[in-house]
Design a protein around this ligand. Sequence first.
Ligand SMILES: Cc1cc2nc3c(=O)[nH]c(=O)nc-3n(C[C@H](O)[C@H](O)[C@H](O)COP(=O)(O)OP(=O)(O)OC[C@H]3O[C@@H](n4cnc5c(N)ncnc54)[C@H](O)[C@@H]3O)c2cc1C
Length: 525
Amino acid sequence: MNRTDMWRRVETHPKAWDMIVVGGGATGVGVAIDAAARGYDVLLLEQSDFGKGTSSRSTKLAHGGVRYLERGNIGLVMEALKERGLLLQNAPHLVHDLAFVVPNYDWWEAPFYGLGLKLYQLLAGKYGFGTSRILSKEETLQHLPTLKTEGLRGGAVYYDGQFDDARLLIHMVATAFEQGATLLNYVEVTGLTKDTQGFVDGVHARDVEDGNEFRAAAKVVVNATGAFTDLLRLKADSAAESMIVPSQGIHLVFEASFLQGTSAIMVPHTSDGRVLFAIPWHGHTLVGTTDTPIAAATLEPVATEQEIDFILATAGQYLTKAPTRDDVLSVFAGVRPLVRARDVASGVVSTAALSRDHVIHIDRSGLVTICGGKWTTYRHMAEDCVDQAATLAQLPDRPCTTHHLKIHGFHGAASAFGSLAVYGSDAYEIRKLIESDARLGEPLHPALPYRKAEVIWAARREMARTVEDALARRTRALFLNARAAVEMAPAVADLMASELGWDTSTRKKLLAAFLHIASNYVLSS
Ligand SMILES: Cc1cc2nc3c(=O)[nH]c(=O)nc-3n(C[C@H](O)[C@H](O)[C@H](O)COP(=O)(O)OP(=O)(O)OC[C@H]3O[C@@H](n4cnc5c(N)ncnc54)[C@H](O)[C@@H]3O)c2cc1C
């Protein structure tokens, strides 16, 4: 993948695209894969980097959503469990199963959660992961050696999936490309064009890198802009009612020692009624999340002090060594695009019932909006969306083919590649880079496993355009250890400058932009 070649495709494209997808998160890229795999001619435009929005800021769980069981939403859980299974089947290099332990402190918790988790396992059917069961106190501590023992009676273990969200996304971008889609990062859709009857028939867009503006025509435009959904809908219809209620969730990252072992903790009910996870992730401990209503979404949301204090305090209730601000290696926030639910009887849109399911909405102008849902269900969301968009655009009827479509880099034994496992079969190519120039095998920082070759690979083959792209989403340095990422940044800027031909002022500007953003991920004491 290469941005210059993608541009060439756009410039030489002779006619209207079958479909233009706006938004390069999990939802938009999923739609691009599905549509391209059906043989439709697809262009996807992302205003920033692929995954810059919510899709790089999740808890990184491919899950059915245990807590929806409590609310009796069996259909939603079964759908997500099936998608979790397909994700593991199609991207085994990026998704793996993980044991989650619910610690029990009251007598009723073991049978209560044990039963619920057994149901969760049964609902997965042939897509099941491991067998859930009730654990004794000793077994619970074998799974979670750093769990507080005071009052501990035992636990219940169940299995879900874990993945690296931004890396899965970039492999999905490559998959869409291999299926024939054209995808551009750093191109903002600034407006929608309409035909004489008022139907959306294309987009106005601007290349963020050089400011060039252009128009692209399409038989149908899909709005997959996540938390920014309403902004694009307003461009089609200035009277469009808002669909999204943005809510922020944060995570804190600590050293692995806070959660020794390979299992995660799942706390079903924190003091604010939410679920909290403490998860081993890339040799670190990831703890989250919160659910804080916010007025409006931004591309670079910032954790509040209240959210940070809440996670530290809650983690401290369960871990033998209570983490403090000084232990936080990185803090990151993401915005949930929750969909407003309309009360059927009154027709009133209320914020009281926020749907966690996905919604496909077709405006009077013919703009197709897909929002809500979750990372885990992106494939199913895309299938639904492309079915409806293709009908609307009168595209030739073609069935979805993504159930068994392998994600780029597919490899059944990628763990053999060590720290390069997340690249799947691309690890061979990165190794070749190191064989051709031993200096590219040098580590970028003693605290993280990343090597110089990964930056070259990101710029050359994964469309990384900025220092931030390389440190936040191609590698996960910023999310794992923000101070280390800041220390790595000048060397990363040098490597990217030589690969992408940056002049001194571009290098300086992109390094400064990264350092500015990174300051939000570093927690001062
Ligand atoms: C804290 C948190 C934890 C979560 N954890 C999980 C989890 O563990 N498992 C799970 O399954 N789900 C999880 N989710 C949900 C999941 O992350 C989201 O459902 C998913 O990432 C949404 O993807 P998206 O593509 O719709 O949105 P986004 O990833 O936000 O993508 C939308 C994109 O549209 C782009 N865009 C906007 N306007 C324009 C424009 N005018 N022109 C071009 N581009 C534009 C944006 O830049 C953005 O990149 C979590 C969500 C949050 C907030």
